[in-house]
Design a protein around this ligand. Structure first.
Ligand code: NDP
Length: 447
């Protein structure tokens, strides 16, 4: 609960101004809960109405996306870009293509992105975008036509020094490639306007792995703090997309055993450790379902319609989507011996579940800190594009490790300074991310 009266008032106002936007309000509540001690010490922030300004996106565009399917039928989807805050650099944040995309989801993601980008230490503001388009079941040509139509409108709002989108759920290398091609045709410019590009046209090595690997590098710091490491640990992971698979890969490389992965239909449990190469083939090459895993490994289990949080594990990594781990799940995980929870996805843990972990001695890593490796690597892709250089996998990976370590240190140090619980990395990450943006906004005058 926020204790500072200004923070409480700002949250109440935000609730009135944003009715019917539950995901956005949930994200605001989680962040604002942490900020009371900062506002107690900095009355100048209130005098400049900093909270009201930070809660309101600088710009939100919504547009029609018309495209034609393979049978010649015309479809209309809704596209968006939320340009949240550019105080510390160009807007930066992914594009999500999923039927659940709406302004509430994108404002929550854009708001969180501002803090995450601030934590990376790189000059990137926050933004997010996407469309209520579902790439599942669509042919490559249909996806291409959708991406081209989407970019035809988006192109007028973005630019290498203005706003640099990337991928997110439903937007991987294929979609980024189609969108980048369309931007290039429209503007006649080969510039780093999107990240997550293919390696032959300006992409960065390590970008594909960065979010999942980064989450593990962050977890390594947490484990070290408690005098342990990944070696021999049992890890439960949700999701089977980009973040989940590469979190699993790094955890395995570090000596852990990954026993679960999931998708929106159910989860697999493999007591021998999940074969991640098989999962990559099913999900990335064949665009199949995680259930197909048990056709190859007959001793593994598939649990239709269930989430993996009932299994016994040392470390849980939530890498699928928002609100996929609730209070009941948190209780089960804790009762089954889980001591570390890492958010690879954005806000996968409900507020109640987060509070439960914090109050029950589970060391908890919030997404805006733990999954910042993806956007950090995107920042490094922008740097390489500006320099017209390509760094090696090792060079980028070493930089990524350094950034994740610094993010952990900032979050830990702010938690130690401002929170009663020095392990409260939720407050720590919120505060450390916030202060940098707040000071940049103060320095730049009213806007
Ligand atoms: P992908 O599209 O590659 O994978 C998403 C995974 O989550 C899939 O396995 C998908 O299953 C599953 N999923 C989606 N919706 C649901 C649902 N409602 N219930 C259960 N499972 C679901 O996305 P990413 O791996 O890129 O992203 C995962 C999360 O990480 C998101 O929250 C994203 O915002 C966040 N993130 C991603 C970054 C990146 O670099 N990619 C960077 C930072 C954060 P299915 O196949 O059934 O849809």
């Amino acid at each position: 609960m926020a204790t500072n009266t200004y923070v409480k008032r700002a949250l109440e106002e935000a609730k009135k101004r944003n009715p019917g936007e539950p995901e956005f309000l949930q994200a605001l509540e989680e962040v604002l809960e942490s900020l009371s001690p900062v506002f107690d010490q900095h009355p100048e922030y209130e005098a400049a109405a900093l909270l009201e300004r930070m809660l309101e996106p600088e710009r939100l565009v919504s547009f029609r996306v018309t495209w034609e399917d393979d049978a010649g039928k015309v479809h209309v989807n809704r596209g968006y870009r939320v340009q949240y805050n550019s105080a510390i650099g160009p807007y930066k944040g992914g594009l999500r293509f999923h039927p659940t995309v709406n302004t509430s989801v994108l404002k929550f993601l854009g708001f969180e992105q501002c803090f995450k980008n601030s934590l990376t230490g790189l000059p990137m503001g926050g933004g997010k975008g996407g469309a209520d388009f579902d790439p599942k079941g669509k042919s490559d040509r249909e996806v291409m036509r959708f991406c081209q139509s989407f970019m035809t409108e988006l192109s007028r709002h973005i630019g290498q020094f203005t706003d640099v989108p990337a991928g997110d759920i439903g937007v991987g290398g294929r979609e980024v490639g189609y969108m980048y091609g369309q931007y290039r045709r429209l503007t006649n410019q080969s510039v780093g306007v999107l990240t997550g590009k293919g390696l032959s046209f300006g992409g960065s090595l390590t970008r594909t792995e960065a979010t999942g690997y980064g989450a593990c590098y962050f977890a390594q710091e947490m484990l070290a703090e408690k005098g342990t490491d990944f070696n021999g640990k049992v890890v439960a992971i949700s999701g089977s997309g980009n973040v989940a698979v590469f979190a699993g890969e790094k955890a395995t490389q570090l000596g852990a055993k990954v026993v679960t992965l999931s998708d929106s239909n159910g989860y697999i449990y493999d007591a021998n450790g999940v074969d991640l190469e098989l999962v990559k083939d099913i999900k990335f090459n064949k665009r199949g379902r995680i259930s197909e895993y048990v056709e190859r490994y007959l001793e593994a289990e598939y649990h239709e319609g269930k989430r993996p949080w009932g299994v016994s594990c040392d470390i849980a990594m939530a890498c699928a989507t928002q609100n996929e781990l609730d209070l009941e799940d948190a209780k089960m995980l804790t009762a089954n011996g889980c001591r570390f929870v890492v958010e690879g996805a954005n806000m996968p843990t409900t507020l109640e579940a987060t509070r439960y972990f914090l109050e029950n001695g589970v060391y908890f890593a919030p997404g805006k800190a733990a999954n910042a490796g993806g956007v950090a690597c995107s920042g490094l892709e922008m740097t390489q594009n500006s320099m017209r250089l390509n760094w090696s996998f090792e060079e980028v990976d070493v930089k990524l490790q350094g950034i994740m370590k610094k993010i952990y240190q900032q979050a830990k140090s702010a938690a130690t300074q401002y929170s009663e619980n020095a392990d409260d990395l939720v407050s720590g990450a919120n505060i450390a991310g916030f202060v940098k943006i707040a000071d940049a906004m103060l320095a730049q005058g009213l806007y």
